[in-house]
Design a protein around this ligand. Structure first.
Ligand code: IMP
Ligand code: MG
Length: 213
């Protein structure tokens, strides 16, 4: 599973390239104390929508090629972060699908990774012989995905496994990460919005912003 597509490479962006957040547009969506920590936008709401539509079109085309009549794709967002992305993507996929969820956690809160992966929720139905599309909000070190694919999914006998992530931080990978579809590659900045949280807040923001502690 090589990296097939790179929708947009933003890894060279620096703090000064970030767009200012039009806070008045998002009034009431966040605590006033969070505002000063959000230093700019790395992906706007409009860019997000274009990206999701493009990814959905590529993914649909690929599955149409590999699926047999009567088969479905098990779209599996990793909770909680991938929910908004998975909902938007699922609505635009043009192949029959089912939904499952998985919850694993690598972050204890704050902005640094603990590196440990804990299972909170496994698949509730068998995925044996099925096409599984893992949906992730962001890949950083790759530990979560490696655990998901090599630690969990491999033993469940899926027919195929693909991974789509909305964001990727390639500079932070510490092992090979088999990503099939990437929305945006970004530099090593801590980001919030579109499912991504700071201490479980700010997931509801429809853009991706940079959060400075
Ligand atoms: P990995 O296991 O190091 O690849 O980390 C992936 C997980 O860490 C993601 O699913 C997120 O939950 C979290 N994460 C990594 N970077 C960020 C970030 O910039 N903002 C919010 N969460 C992040
Ligand atoms: Mg996550």
């Amino acid at each position: 599973m090589a990296s097939e597509f790179l929708f947009s490479d933003r890894t060279d962006m620096t703090e000064s390239d970030l767009r200012p957040v039009p806070f008045e547009r998002y009034q009431g969506m966040m605590l006033p104390e969070d505002e000063p920590h959000i230093t700019g936008m790395i992906v706007s709401q409009e860019e997000r929508d274009l990206c999701v539509a493009q990814l959905a079109s590529w993914i649909s085309d690929d599955y149409k090629r590999i699926m047999s009549p009567g088969e479905t794709v098990v779209v599996t967002p990793l909770l909680n972060g991938a929910l908004p992305f998975s909902k938007d993507l699922g609505e635009l996929l043009r192949v029959p699908m089912e939904t499952e969820t998985m919850k694993v956690e690598t972050y204890g809160g704050g902005t640094s990774s603990s590196g440990e992966v804990k299972i909170h929720k496994d698949f509730s139905r068998s995925v044996k012989g099925k096409h599984v599309l893992l949906v992730e909000d962001i890949v950083e070190t790759g530990n979560t995905i490696d655990f998901m694919i090599n630690g969990l999914l491999k033993h469940k006998g899926p027919k195929s496994v693909k991974l789509v992530t909305f964001l990727d931080k390639p500079s932070e990978h510490n092992l090979y990460v088999p990503i099939d579809y990437i929305g945006f590659s970004i530099p090593n900045m801590f980001v919030i919005g579109y499912g991504l949280d700071y201490d479980n807040r700010l997931r509801n923001l429809p853009f991706v912003g940079v959060y400075k502690e």
